[in-house]
Design a protein around this ligand. Structure first.
Ligand code: NAI
Length: 247
C-alpha cells in the first residue's frame, strides 16, 4: 500500500482520466477527495471507491476556475481529512476553433479552467504541504502544450502555461519537501476524444509510433509513480505518456 495514510485531491475526477487516477491512488491505500464540477459524477466515483476499497473517498463539487470557492473547498477538504499529501490538477476543457476566429469567451474559459484551476488548487493546498514539509503536485498537461495543435490556441496555451507553472512551483518548493511535476498525455480514449470523427482518429493514430490511443490507466500509472516515494527526487519534469508521439 504505497499511499497508506495519505490524502489525495484529484480534480475532474468524475470521469475519464481523473476517475482512473482517483481509482488507482485509492487502490494503493490513499484517501481521496474526489472533486468534479458536477456533484452527481463525483458522488458516483466516490461511491465506487468506497464500495471497492472501504471508506476511503469523499465527493466534492466546485468550479475549478472559481478562486474563492476553491480556497473554501480546499480548507474544507483539509479539515475533513486532517491533511493533504497529493494534489492532482486534472480538470480540463477544450473549446476548439481556428485562432483567428476564436471568441474571447472561448479563449478565457479554457485558460481560466485549465491554467487558473491548477493555480487555484495549488494556492488552496500549498501552505498545508509546506507546513508538513512534504507534498506532491501533479499537473495534467498535454502534448499540445509542447508541440502546439491547430485549432487549439487556447488549450495549447493553457497547457504550455501549466508546464511553466509546474516548473516555477518546483523551484519555489524544492527545499520544502514538495515536488511539482507535469504529466503530458498524448491521445487518450475518453469522452474528450470521443467527439473526434473516426476519420480524424485514424489520421491521428497513424502519426503515433505505437499507432493507437492510450487508456486512462496509462496516465494513472504515471501519476502514481510520480506521487509515490519512488518519485521523491523528481521535480520540475514533464513526463509525456503518448505512445511515442513526442520524442
Ligand atoms: P473529460 O472531459 O472526460 O474529463 C474532464 C473532467 O474535468 C470532467 O470530470 C469535468 O467535470 C472536469 N472539469 C472540467 N471543467 C471543470 C471545472 N471548471 N471545474 C471542475 N472540474 C471541471 O477529459 P479527460 O480526457 O479525462 O481529460 C482529463 C485531463 O487530461 C484534462 O486536463 C485534459 O486536458 C487532459 N488531456 C486529455 C487528453 C485526452 O486525449 N483525453 C490528452 C491530453 C491531455
Amino acid at each position: 500500500m504505497k499511499f497508506a495514510n495519505q490524502v489525495a485531491i484529484v480534480t475532474g475526477a468524475g470521469r475519464g482520466i481523473g476517475r482512473a487516477i482517483a481509482m488507482r491512488l485509492a487502490s494503493e491505500g490513499a484517501r481521496i477527495a474526489v472533486v468534479s464540477r458536477t456533484e452527481k459524477n463525483s458522488v458516483q466515483v466516490a461511491d465506487e471507491i468506497n464500495a471497492k476499497y472501504a471508506g476511503l473517498a469523499k465527493a466534492y463539487a466546485v468550479d475549478a476556475a472559481d478562486h474563492a470557492a476553491v480556497q473554501t473547498l480546499c480548507a474544507q477538504i483539509i479539515t475533513d481529512f486532517t491533511r493533504v499529501d497529493i494534489l492532482v490538477n486534472n480538470a480540463g476543457i477544450t473549446r476548439d476553433g481556428l485562432s483567428m476566429r476564436m471568441s474571447p469567451e472561448d479563449w478565457n474559459s479554457v485558460i481560466a479552467t485549465n491554467l487558473g484551476g491548477a493555480f487555484n488548487f495549488y494556492q488552496g493546498v500549498a501552505r498545508a504541504m509546506m507546513k508538513q514539509r512534504s507534498g506532491r503536485i501533479i499537473n495534467i498537461a498535454s502534448v499540445a502544450g509542447i508541440m502546439g495543435n491547430a485549432g487549439q490556441a487556447n488549450y495549447a496555451a493553457s497547457k504550455a502555461g501549466l508546464i511553466a507553472f509546474t516548473k516555477v512551483v518546483a523551484r519555489e518548493l524544492a527545499t520544502r519537501g514538495v515536488t511539482s511535476n507535469a504529466v503530458a498525455p498524448g491521445f487518450i480514449s475518453t469522452d474528450m476524444t470521443d467527439v473526434l470523427s473516426q476519420e480524424i482518429k485514424d489520421g491521428v493514430a497513424k502519426q503515433i509510433p505505437m499507432q493507437k490511443f492510450g487508456e486512462p490507466d496509462d496516465i494513472a500509472n504515471a501519476v502514481a509513480f510520480l506521487a509515490s516515494t519512488e518519485g521523491k527526487y523528481i521535480t520540475g519534469q514533464v513526463l509525456t505518456v503518448d505512445g511515442g508521439l513526442v520524442m
